[in-house]
Design a protein around this ligand. Sequence first.
Ligand code: HEC
Ligand code: HEC
Length: 386
Amino acid sequence: MKVRVWDIPTRLFHWSLVAAFAGAFFTSGTEWFLEYHTVFGYIALGLVVFRILWGFAGNRYARFSDFVGGWRRVRDYLRQAATLKPPRYLGHNPAVGWVVLFMLIMTVSLVATGIITYSGEEGRGFWAGLITRDTGIFFREIHDFLAALALAVIVIHVSAALFHDFILKENIILSMVTGTKEDPATWSERVGHMRPVDRPSSLRLVALIFAAILIGLGVRFLPPQERKIRFTGEVSEQVKVVTPKGYTARIKPDPKWKEECSPCHNAFHPTLLPAASWKRIMDGLNNHFGEDVSLDPATRREILDYLVSSSAERSTTEASKKLLASIKKGEVPLKITGIPYWRDKHSEISADVFKRKSVGSEANCLACHPGAAVGSFEDKDVHVPD
Ligand code: HEC
Ligand code: HEC
């Protein structure tokens, strides 16, 4: 005789969380999949929020009150398990109850530290512009540590499940798929329940509706800022700057800048140089790399204001932060292509490539970076033309 133990939401949650963790695991460690990595993180967070609600409003065996007990219970259970004679639980045993709690807390902590890292280091995600690069780097360490801890607990959890299946012959892994277990009435011994049977709560419907709303909101708002740059020149990632008030804001290109600074080369995005560099460039227009590109004072002022208001210091992009960090103290570079970070990133590209007809010069950023016009230089969008 079989009895139903795990309701569908609990099972779906369990395997979806497994999938989200696996996804996050396989997309970690390389920037190329960073965006997908964050999607898995957001999904895991949504799942956990649902599971917490379900822990109060779900079916009996899904509820925290059914499986979360004190340390003494866990200890006794582990002792009995060591003798290979632990009591059988229809729902979660006290030990795995703690694992469930741990995984819920761990997921929330991982996502939180992940978002801080993403915002600080990459200048993307919820808190872009509000978190410094150093904070981002610091939280990455915590994020990595938590991930290793989670992995260790997952290994223990899976080993324990295998122990139940193969040594205690309880077949619990399959029960998380089918939802059913052997009826305890047919077990001859060792039946352990933490609470007497009670009726499922009527809050369940509320929780389900709430979950549906959450999923809806998640689909609408949670995907990381899509930043697909197609080679049609369509760019949806918006490079942002921090305004003097501390908000992050999109950069509105200045029409005069577009007009005056693009006849000879593509207009270089303001986020690529520090304010001091822009000032010096705009002060020396009568001898601009050998050319006289003087402007009337009003136009010069407007362009300068625009360049300074969105200079590298204000920018939230990784390129700006890294360019700035590599400039020696006291130096005011006039060329982006002279900044150590730029040199370093392009050191493997041979001079012939820059001389190609399709490129022309190092300064023709747009030839290889389709998002250059809006200040976007993501690694994975790079496309060196033949
Ligand atoms: C008459 C043509 C002309 C105009 C107009 C012009 N530039 Fe330039 N600019 C040049 C030349 C030539 C170079 C040197 C390119 C090189 O070394 O490959 C240059 C280089 C630069 C560089 C350095 C690029 C690098 O290699 O990192 C910056 C920054 C720059 N210009 C900004 C501006 C701004 C801002 C304006 C608008 C106010 C502007 N330019 C307008 C001709 C022009
Ligand atoms: C001939 C093609 C080419 C040109 C021209 C070029 N780049 Fe690049 N750039 C690349 C390649 C390839 C990479 C990737 C290097 C790597 O994978 O580490 C890159 C990397 C970068 C990065 C680092 C991106 C990241 O996320 O790590 C920045 C920033 C950048 N380029 C800015 C510029 C700017 C600004 C210009 C124009 C002044 C420019 N590039 C001109 C090919 C080019």
